[in-house]
Design a protein around this ligand. Structure first.
Ligand code: G1P
Ligand code: ZN
Length: 542
């Protein structure tokens, strides 16, 4: 075993979802090692314990895995479960930690950010409940990284990640495991695979799943094509590539145009879906309809009892603050617990562990349940397939029926990527200063009934998270929300979230962009976006 001298890097504070940087940053000598050693130092239970390890297959994934294996062996980890080919989706890691009672898991991923040598890389640590480490832990890891002066590494040959089997590095047992089997089994235990098979066998029903050349490719092929007989070709872009084929593995209307096009027109597929780099996000489409993630969460909650695993009902729903309030309406009507949390999946963990909620969702294409402690892209896709099978209705019919019953929350998000950090911070600061004066005034004729910087007190452990986004709520339930991204790697990303509630059925089928325009105008002028950032248009609209 070697102890290797090192010095701290000052930029190792994890963001919304782990430590995410340019590949070149991670390739600096000691950069990855410092962070991993900090994790091992902060989580003593890993010594003598079990660790799950895998990634989304992006550039540098395999190299990082080999390094972490040698460090784990030197740090006294007893057993490591590593995904074959170095692949494990984020929800699969969460499941493996729980199933094998591991003390933690390391996921190598920058989620939906582009990959390749010039792209991004990332590392996330999940704790023994299967969920992303809580802020107190990520802070402790960061603090440790600021004092680190050495790390431990066992000199050893690289292992063959492509062959499943058991081997040993020093004293540490290594199992190279089939990345898919346990996860597929879990899905089978939640959903009615028989009913989904019958749906997919219908000659008038077609589906497409876009894996975006990311980690869900092999999972989707096994589950949709081999287990559910969706037919060869139901999975597109199914081979994981280190640069995701040059694309941006983010399942949304902007980044999955090929899939969206397949749903349009009379010959469009009846159901289409996509997942992101590490398999935790999902996009759901039907023939000529896109289901917003916020609506998807609400619809799932409203129909939960149609799915075998939730047939006895669910305890509650949690949504991140910027996610539309559509789920709140379902919770109200069905008498379910309902929580509004800061952005990022880590805030759902305590609520799920305490049984306070069963479903969680974020507007950023994330939905999941208490079956794991991460968002889960394929779970959401299977949920929708099961729902379509149970209701024997089209996606469009289900969504529009939901709006008729609960009202429609029109929703859109504007992202201004890679803006100057100082300008972005100044913009947020200016907004915060304006908040007290905004209350009870009118913006474009709409009365402001709440204007604050969202603060969250965790109902389970009492921890407080401040400054989680500026929200302005209007009398009619509409909202404008601003926050800065915690996952970008270049400058700052300003996110502006806009929501408008429409209770009247005859106004629920209008064009989202048109309906949202007045709110876009309010949001851009109130924050002086163009003046302060120099941007007259957002980079991405979702
Ligand atoms: C973004 C999303 C957030 C999600 C996170 C990780 O974080 O907004 O909902 O949990 O990615 O997928 P942000 O960049 O906004 O901090
Ligand atoms: Zn992701």
């Amino acid at each position: 075993m070697s102890r290797i001298a090192t010095t701290p890097f000052d930029d190792q504070r994890p963001g919304t979802s782990g430590l995410r940087k340019k590949v070149a940053t991670f390739q600096q000598p000691h950069y990855l090692e410092n962070f991993v050693q900090s994790v091992f130092d902060v989580i003593p239970a890993l010594k003598g314990g079990i660790l799950v390890l895998g990634g989304d297959g992006r550039f540098y994934n395999r190299e990082a895995i080999q390094t972490i294996l040698k460090m784990a062996a030197a740090n006294g980890i007893a057993e490591i479960l590593v995904g074959q080919h170095g692949l494990l989706s984020t929800p699969a890691v969460s499941h493996l930690i729980r199933k094998y009672k591991a003390q933690g898991g390391i996921i190598l991923s920058a989620s939906h950010n582009p990959g390749g040598p010039d792209g991004d890389f990332g590392i996330k640590f999940n704790t023994d409940n299967g969920g992303p480490a809580a802020e107190s832990i990520t802070e402790a890891i960061f603090e440790r990284s600021q004092a680190i002066d050495e790390y431990q590494l066992l000199s050893n040959e690289d292992i063959d990640l492509d062959v499943a089997g058991k081997l040993q590095i020093g004293e540490m047992h290594v199992s190279v495991i089939d990345s898919i089997g346990d996860y597929a089994e879990l899905m089978q235990s939640i959903f009615d695979f028989e009913a989904i098979r019958a749906l997919l066998a219908r000659p008038d029903f077609t589906m497409a799943f876009d894996a975006m050349h990311a980690v869900t490719g092999p999972y989707a092929k096994r589950i949709f094509e081999e287990m559910l007989f969706a037919g060869d070709g139901a999975v597109i872009n199914g081979v994981p590539l280190t640069d995701f084929g040059g694309g941006h593995p983010d399942p949304n209307l902007a980044h999955a145009p090929e899939l969206v096009a397949m749903t349009l027109g009379d010959d469009g597929v009846d159901f289409a879906a996509a997942s992101d780099g590490d398999g935790d996000r999902n996009m759901i489409l039907g023939k000529n309809i896109f289901v917003t993630p916020s609506d998807s969460l609400a619809i799932m909650a409203a129909n939960a009892t149609l799915i075998p695993d939730y047939s006895n009902g669910i305890s509650g729903i949690a949504r991140s603050m910027p996610t539309s309030q559509a789920a709140d309406r379902v919770a109200d009507k069905l008498g379910l617990n309902n929580y509004e949390t800061p952005t990022g999946w880590k805030f759902f963990g305590n609520l799920l562990d305490a049984g306070k909620v069963t479903f969680c969702g974020e507007e950023s294409f994330g939905t999941s349940s208490d079956h794991v402690r991460e968002k889960d892209g394929l779970w959401a896709v299977l949920f929708w397939l099961n729902l379509l099978a149970a209701k024997q209705q089209s996606v469009k019919e289900i969504v529009e029926q939901h709006w008729r019953e609960y009202g429609r929350n029109y929703y859109t998000r504007y992202d201004y990527e890679a803006v100057d950090s100082a300008a972005a911070n100044q913009l947020m600061e200016r907004l915060r200063e304006q908040l007290p004066a905004l209350l009870n005034t009118k913006l474009d004729g709409r009365l402001v009934t709440l204007a604050d910087d969202f603060s969250y007190t965790d109902p389970v452990d009492g921890s407080i998270s401040d400054q989680q986004g500026v929200r302005i709520l209007f009398e009619d339930g509409s909202r404008v929300v601003y926050r800065l991204s915690g996952t970008g790697t270049e400058g700052a990303t300003l996110r502006v979230y806009l929501e408008y509630f429409e209770p009247e059925t005859d106004k629920q089928l209008l064009d989202t962009a048109e309906v949202m325009q007045p709110f876009v105008d309010i949001a851009t002028s109130l924050a002086k976006i163009e003046e302060l950032t120099g941007r007259s248009e957002p980079t991405v609209i979702t």
